[in-house]
Structures are given as structure tokens and as C-alpha cells.
Design a protein. Structure first.
Lengths: 68, 135
């Protein structure tokens, strides 16, 4: 989902509790260049919003990094 | 649901009056959420003056307000100069990288790499709870 919304990104999703609904996404994306962290997080969150809305993801921690 | 305009106006006013403002669950003395506690811990280490608003008494109306103001509905939220900086993850990252110190115009504390443990709050300025008629 995230990779579709942010072409060229590298996404790693970690299941922090083993329950599948508390996730941490570590995302590198070229689209982050020049963006503030909060904007980067907004971009990632927007990409997964549907899964938050339907409750299949309850909590998502986001870590963003600039593209390598 | 649209934000209560009266509450939104109050929030904007508080944002203008506090260069550094934290929306948190609980108070700096008694945070009621681990994420809020982490941000308080960072701010205490920075030694910067900040205002704090306990969101718990009016959680849902405030979510609507911050959703409209800054497209963000979860707390804590740290604002500097009226702009949303981020929640606990972002604040900690920016603390460790030194970006937060730069943004606040303070010296990076020596123990920056240490985990943020809230000590006795140095000088928090707890705002009175926001109240709106009919809530």
C-alpha cells in the first residue's frame, strides 16, 4: 500500500506486538526530500488510511528516512 | 464532524500565545500516556519553557480542531511557533539528531543520547483547561 502510494520507496513493516494490528513502518522514499518530518508522516499515514479506517490496523508507528 | 468554531478559535489563540505548546494526555507532572510522557521528558531535558494542554477532558472536540488546523488527530502534539512539529516519535528523533534544539534555539543537552526520562518538571506552565459552552 505504502509502496504504491510512494513509488520508489523502500518499506519495512514490523509487527511490534505480534498481533498484526500494532505496526511500525520504516519508510524510505524519494518523495520525502525537502519535506518536514510531519509532512513525511502525513504522506505515509495517508497511504494506509483505509486500513486505519476499517480497523485492520489499530496503531501505526512511522519512521521515515530520506532515500539512500 | 466539523470542529467547534469557538474551541478552534481558542486553540488558535493559545497557539499564538505559546511559542512552544504541547497537547498531551495528562499534565507534565502526571502524564497519563506513555507517548505524552516521552515528549515531556524531551522538553524537560531541553530546559525550554512550554505550555501544556491536557486534552483528556475534551478529547474528541480537540481531535476535530487539530484535524482542521494541522491534519493530525492523535496526541501528543508538539507545536513550535504555531506549527505542528510532531508526536512522540518525531520529537524523539529530532531530539536525538539535534534538530529540536536548533528549532527551539537552545543548546543540545549533553545526555542527548540517553532515554528521555521525565524528571521533576523544571518550569511547566500548565494552561487552564480549555472550556467551551455546552461541553
Amino acid at each position: 500500500m505504502i509502496a504504491e502510494a510512494l513509488p520508489g520507496s523502500e518499506v519495512q513493516v514490523l509487527d511490534e506486538t505480534g498481533s498484526g494490528d500494532h505496526l511500525r513502518a520504516v519508510v524510505r522514499a524519494p518523495q520525502f526530500a525537502g519535506k518536514t518530518r510531519i509532512d513525511q508522516h502525513r504522506m505515509v499515514r495517508a497511504a494506509v488510511q483505509a486500513r486505519m479506517d476499517d480497523g485492520s490496523i489499530h496503531a501505526l508507528s512511522i519512521t521515515t528516512r530520506p532515500s539512500r | 464532524m466539523a470542529a467547534n468554531p469557538e474551541l478552534k478559535e481558542k486553540v488558535e489563540e493559545v497557539l499564538r500565545e505559546n511559542r512552544v505548546l504541547l497537547f498531551m494526555k495528562g499534565t507534565p507532572e502526571m502524564p497519563r500516556c506513555g507517548f505524552s510522557m516521552r515528549v515531556v521528558g524531551v522538553l524537560e531535558q531541553m530546559g525550554t519553557e512550554y505550555g501544556a494542554i491536557d486534552v483528556l477532558p475534551i478529547l474528541d472536540p480537540l481531535r476535530e480542531v487539530t484535524g482542521e488546523i494541522s491534519d493530525w488527530r492523535t496526541f501528543p502534539q508538539l507545536y513550535v511557533n504555531g506549527e505542528l512539529v510532531g508526536g512522540a516519535d518525531i520529537v524523539e528523533e529530532m531530539f536525538e539528531s539535534g534538530e529540536l534544539a536548533e528549532m527551539l534555539g537552545v543548546q543540545q543537552p549533553d545526555a542527548a543520547a540517553a532515554p528521555a526520562q521525565p524528571e521533576t518538571p523544571a518550569n511547566p506552565q500548565q494552561s487552564p483547561p480549555l472550556q467551551v459552552d455546552g461541553t
